[in-house]
Design a protein around this ligand. Structure first.
Ligand code: ADP
Length: 304
């Protein structure tokens, strides 16, 4: 009896050992190996057949899942291409409208009355905003389908930010806010795609402007040996901790902003993140509700 039990234990152990490699692979998501079904008809036969059938069912379902996934990816790609084409097509007539407004406002078509200038000024602000929005949509959809190209080159950052500062100044001052720009003395060189960095900073200043009612907006550039950083700070509504974790995601908007029914699309920061990813950089958010926010973009000075 004792001998029988010993043999039986050995027999069971040998049978179970044959299952080990199958389960070890399955634990890593690999169901490709088949289980050899034993010849003897014993109590293990049903178990082995059952496991083999289970492996085949899992394999079939995985295959099905893969093709459904491929279909969804194709669909998503087509959707992105569609949005990308539409945004592109919209930009051309919009550029013409922008240009026309500028020509009239600059008096190139003759004198403009105060009232006309005010009306056209509002039209210009909105057309500019629409143009920036389309630019963001285009950037994000391109990035989604892997078509976003950044062309990094050695760029003098102080000059780039100074002109951005001048570009955004009228809108900030018009809202009655202070605006300042601080940077190190002398030229600061870094590798980046200047158009993309400009787009990211404009998004940050746009947000600072949108979420601040009084006080100051500050644009700062600072450098270390290896990294370049620039920040936009405001004295606005601030962002609660739990929102800070999600607002870099596409279409994500802060709860208080949603509750206040403030306009917005949740695209601007997602675009900033894409742009930073393309520079091997990151975005740091520091903020306290009702005290203000600081967004810092930083990337290696020698980024590819
Ligand atoms: P949008 O501004 O169009 O909503 P964004 O992607 O630019 O989209 O911003 C996402 C969200 O992040 C905003 O809805 C807001 O909740 C929050 N946010 C961004 N910038 C600021 C800021 N400077 N101050 C307060 N909240 C901000």
């Amino acid at each position: 009896m004792e001998i029988d039990l010993k043999h039986y234990k050995l027999y069971v152990k040998r049978k179970l050992d044959r299952l080990k490699p199958i389960f070890a692979r399955a634990a890593l998501g690999d169901y490709s190996r088949n289980l050899k079904i034993p010849d003897q008809e014993d109590e293990f036969l049903d178990l082995f057949v059952g496991i083999q059938i289970m492996l085949e069912v899992i394999r079939d379902q995985l295959q099905e899942l893969r093709s459904v996934n491929e279909g969804l990816e194709r669909l998503n790609r087509r959707k992105s291409e569609f949005i990308s084409i539409i945004s592109h097509e919209l930009r051309t007539p919009l550029n013409a409208v922008q240009e026309g407004i500028h020509i009239v406002l600059d008096g190139l078509d003759g004198p403009v009355t105060q009232a006309q200038s005010e009306t056209l000024g509002i039209a210009r602000e909105n057309v500019d905003r629409l143009s920036r929005m389309l630019h963001n949509v285009l950037t994000f959809t391109k990035s989604e389908v892997g078509l976003l190209r950044t062309s990094s080159r050695k760029t003098e950052m102080t000059g780039l930010l100074a002109s951005l500062f001048e570009l955004m100044k009228p809108a900030v001052l018009k809202k009655g806010l202070d605006f300042s720009f601080a940077c190190p003395k002398g030229p600061v060189w870094a590798s980046c795609d200047p158009d993309k960095i400009q787009q990211a900073v404009i998004n940050l200043i746009d947000n600072a402007l949108k979420f601040t009612e009084k006080g100051k907006i500050q644009l700062r550039l600072f450098v270390s040996k290896d990294r370049i950083s620039l920040s936009v700070s405001d004295a606005g509504i601030g962002i609660p901790k739990k929102d800070q974790k999600k607002i870099l995601r596409l279409f994500s908007r802060g709860e208080s902003v949603l509750a206040s029914k403030m306009g917005g699309s949740g695209i601007g920061l997602a675009v900033c993140k894409e742009i930073m990813d393309h520079h091997q950089g990151k975005i740091l958010i520091q903020s306290r509700p009702r005290r203000g926010s600081r967004f810092t973009l930083s990337w290696p000075r020698q980024a590819r």
